[in-house]
Design a protein around this ligand. Sequence first.
Ligand SMILES: [Zn+2]
Length: 338
Amino acid sequence: MWKIITHDQTKNLIVKSFSNDTFFHAYIISGNRHIGKMTLALDIAASLNCLSNSELCGSCKQCVRVFNNNHSDIKIIGDDKEGLDYNNKTISIEVIRKIQSESNLKPFEGKYRVYIINGAENLSIEASNALLKLLEEPPQQVVFILLTIDNELILPTVLSRCKQIVLRPIQNNLVEEYLLNNYDISADQASGLSRASKGLLGWAIRAYYDSNIIIERDQILDKLQKLIFADDIDRFEYAKELSNRFVKNKNDVYSDLELWVELWRDILYIKLNVPELIVNTSRKKSLYKVSQLMSNYSIVNLLRKIEETESNLKININPRLIFESLMLDIPILQSDHI
Ligand SMILES: [Zn+2]
């Protein structure tokens, strides 16, 4: 049984290719954080080694070892072994050299050695080129699975050697249904988590186990909401804080920006009178006030600017400049008008 929960079309194609033994030597799975890239990679690794004659069984000795993270032929490279948090650490050429030397050995206990490279966008140029050589002449009984948040951050030559699988967020109601069926959760909590997950099941599961995720999320949203009515001094102070944090942990800042987009989308949905699409229903009243002070055009424009900010950060423009320019794009609103 494949554990990945994704769109039927994507899942059927993958399952079919593995049940027909028409798989590739290298895959690249892309998609947002917490979308299920590692889950799918482990499904593939288990499917390649599963002892069942039909579909991935999930219960044979091979499957169990893969899913318990103790199969000696399955190696996870890059980030923490659960693959939940990206820490932006560069993957060096030494790591790939090590793979190079051991990948010529026969699998130790299974049918295939599988190398899962988590955060493949963190491969150094030298490491990418060394990996490319491996992908050009793949060793027997070895499958590479690269995981990345964005294919555009991968060397095009490496990308062209991999079968690409793109994971997209699933519908919120599928997240809700999964939570209700698999966890001891109230209908209200499941509905709240699924809306906040934006179709990322992995995020919803993490937030179910760790209530701090929701608390921190609320704190960031509070701060962003305050910023709407802040003056230039406070906004520039925040730009400085963001750029300092960006140097230490890029993904932390990307998460802030995602929440920002979420908040402004909610404001737009209120403006367009489609309240059923609002994620932060508990903030509806205060967001309504903001929506009254802005035109549709200025909200859409700001959303575009936030997206532009994300793209500019990815191409390494000075982060401080980028954030300051974003601050200048937020219209100044007077809170005493509300
Ligand atoms: Zn099995």
